[in-house]
Design a protein around this ligand. Structure first.
Ligand code: ATP
Ligand code: MG
Length: 237
C-alpha cells in the first residue's frame, strides 16, 4: 500500500574488511516509491546497495524491510523476502543464454509468486527475440534490460538499481528510465535508484538522498529532485 514504509535503514555503518565506508546512513523508502541516492564516484553508493542486499555485512545499524528486521539475513533470504538487486555493470552471465539468465533470477527470488516470464518478455520484447542467444552478445542497453528482467522474475517489492545508465548510449538512457517507471506504475514495485546521470535522476525519482563520503548530506523532496539545477548542484559538490 502506498505511504507505508517498506525499507527503513538507520545508523548503517559498513564497508570492507573492517574499514568503514558507510558512516551511519539513515534513509527510508515507502511502498511504490522511486527514490534516488545520488553522489559522485567513490562516495559509497554501491557499498550501500551491497549492504542492503546482504553481500556485505553491516558493522552497525539496522535494516528493516516490510516490518521485519533483515539486518543479519543472508543475501539469498533477502531476495526471497522481496528485495531485488540489479548490480552496477549489470553482471549478466555472458555465456548463458538470455532465458537461462532469467532462470537464475527465478532461483534467487523463488517462493513468493509464480515466475512470470511472459511479463518480462512483454516489457522487453528484445529479450524474447534473443531468448536463446548468449547474453554476452547483447548490447549494453539490452544487457541492462536483461538484468532488470532477471530481478523482475523474482517479483520483488523493492528493486535496488545501481547506475543503470553507466556505459549505456545516451539515446537508450531515457528508454531505460521509461521502462523502470512503467514497471513501477504497473506492478507497484518500489525502486531505490543509485545514479549520477542527471537525466535519469530528474525523470525517474520523486525523492532523493545525497550521499558524500558515506554520509547522507542532504534530502531532496519532489520539487528539488526534479529540478535539473538543484540536482546538478548536488552532484557537483
Ligand atoms: N571491494 C572493495 N574493497 C575495498 N574497498 C572498496 C571496495 N569496493 C569499493 N571500495 C572503496 O569504498 C569506497 C566506496 O566505493 P563505492 O563502490 O561504494 O562507491 P560508489 O559511490 O558506488 O562509486 P561509483 O559511482 O564509482 O560506482 C571507495 O573508497 C572505494 O575505493
Ligand atoms: Mg558504484
Amino acid at each position: 500500500m502506498a505511504g507505508e514504509t517498506l525499507l527503513s535503514v538507520s545508523g548503517l555503518r559498513g564497508g570492507y574488511g573492517g574499514k568503514p565506508v558507510l558512516q551511519g546512513i539513515d534513509l527510508s523508502v515507502e511502498e511504490g516509491e522511486i527514490v534516488a541516492v545520488i553522489g559522485r564516484n567513490g562516495v559509497g553508493k554501491t557499498t550501500l546497495l551491497k549492504t542492503l542486499i546482504g553481500l556485505l555485512s553491516p558493522m552497525d545499524g539496522t535494516i528493516r524491510f516490510a516490518g521485519e528486521d533483515v539486518t543479519s539475513l543472508p543475501a539469498d533470504k533477502r531476495a526471497k523476502v522481496g528485495i531485488g538487486y540489479i548490480p552496477q555493470g549489470r553482471e549478466v552471465f555472458p555465456r548463458l543464454s538470455v532465458s537461462e539468465n532469467l532462470m537464475v533470477g527465478e532461483t534467487a527470488g523463488a517462493g513468493r509468486s509464480e515466475p512470470n516470464y511472459q511479463r518480462v518478455y512483454d516489457f522487453f520484447p528484445i529479450l524474447k527475440e534473443r531468448a536463446r542467444q548468449a547474453a554476452g552478445t547483447l548490447s549494453g542497453g539490452q544487457q541492462q534490460q536483461l538484468a532488470i528482467g532477471r530481478a523482475m522474475i523474482g517479483a520483488p517489492r523493492l528493486m535496488l538499481l545501481d547506475e543503470p545508465s553507466e556505459g549505456i548510449q545516451p539515446s537508450i538512457v531515457q528508454e531505460i528510465a521509461n521502462n523502470v517507471k512503467r514497471l513501477n506504475a504497473e506492478t507497484g514495485v518500489a525502486v531505490l535508484l543509485v545514479e549520477q546521470n542527471l537525466d535519469l535522476i530528474v525523470s525517474m525519482a520523486r525523492r532523493g538522498f545525497v550521499i558524500d563520503k558515506g554520509r547522507i548530506v542532504a534530502k531532496l523532496g519532489p520539487e528539488e529532485i526534479t529540478s535539473r539545477d538543484v540536482v546538478r548542484r548536488h552532484l557537483a559538490l
